[in-house]
Design a protein around this ligand. Sequence first.
Ligand code: CMC
Length: 435
Amino acid sequence: MGADKAKIVVGDQTYEVDIVTGTEGEKALDIGSLRGRSGLVTLDNGFGNTGSCRSSVTFLNGEKGVLKYRGIPIEELAQKSHFLEVAFLLIEGALPSREELDDFAQRIAKNSHLPEPFKKMMASFPQKMHPMGALSCGTVALSAFFPEGNPPDPSAEQRAKAITLLLGQMKAMIATYYRLRVGKELRDSDPGFDYSSDFFQMMFGEGDRDVDPEVAKALDTLLILHGDHEQNCSTSSVRMVGSGKANLFSSVASGINALWGPLHGGANEAVIDMLDEILADGGGYKKFLAKAKDKSDPFRLMGFGHRVYKNFDPRAKIIKGACDTVLSKLGVHDPVLDIAKGLEEEALKDDYFMERKLYPNVDFYSGIIYRALGIPTDFFTPMFVLGRLPGWLAQWKELREDPKMRIGRPRQIYMGKTDEAYVEMGVRPPKSEGP
Ligand code: CMC
């Protein structure tokens, strides 16, 4: 990595700043000392142009459609690896040896049983509570059930323990909340299964029936594809909360809350709702394309567009291929798949979408697979949580291991009133009559 200099000229003053070059050749101006020297801050709505940290976890090039975890292309991982191995890779920085992987799997398996009072707590949640709300509450509650994972300055051992605990508990939490919601007897984790198969048997298992390996594999691939995505909205939330030295559980809960939004992970649920609406409307997607282009209509084509990808999202490419395979193997014909393909074809030749470089993203086809696997729509975003958890953990660990960690605290440019007088209640005009 080399460093160079850039000059920022303001009036007759010139400020030199370092240019930081990443291992993949990306360049950034290090403006960390600019305010101290010039009184100026930078302003970047939505952080579209701001690097918040140096990270070695994930590389993504949105122009070229490249995504790598720890230097390994996502396509190769999806084809050759499995979720737990990828989780280890993300968190520890390198692929595990057989012994390391076995040890990691065992530590997670030991932590895959929810405490009985925890299950009672989940059972007491209102029946209509969205699973993302339940996961967020449950994740924060873990800090009470496992207070040893709480210290503001965890040792390396405490960090490792909290990480494997969360990987086990999250799997159990999602499956348990599902069974509580549908009124089925709870099933415990079975260490004889791999991570994805265990999740599947806990969620859907009946009697001694084996988990369909094809189904478990499809789920495993989806989890790998969601593993990490550098400094997105939820990961930045995890880092921001973690930078205040809040414990891992509350940091991850903030990631869950951020992911819930329909512009982020909640898009997978919103895509299926949109496709169902198009189907119910007779399947004519052109009307919906027109709505998406109409600036006076808040409707957006869900599952389309991305802040960073200005080319095909490589994850969407893999998921689109997997969609056909999974549906045909399971013998499922879902009419929304035809609508999704038609919509994509039409959008990709439409000037509006072409000019803005709007392509299908990871959420466009994933919901169709989740539905084919029998996962209810409101559990789609929790599936994203399960997949993204290793990424959040890896990024939190990287943050907490950084000797230069500082609390996250952006600046602002104040645009409000100045020098207002305090007016007493009795003579205060209603807000509507104010300036
Ligand atoms: N449908 C219609 N128009 C769109 C869409 C869309 N899905 N996405 C962006 N645009 C338009 C937008 O109106 C704007 O047009 P103009 O330049 O005329 O004002 C232009 O494209 C740029 O959009 P933006 O809102 O400035 O882009 P952004 O980088 O701030 O937002 C996004 C990115 C993902 C939030 C947005 O594309 C979107 O809302 N997509 C739909 C929701 C979605 O699928 N989210 C999942 C994202 S991928 C997985 C994840 O992050 O969890």
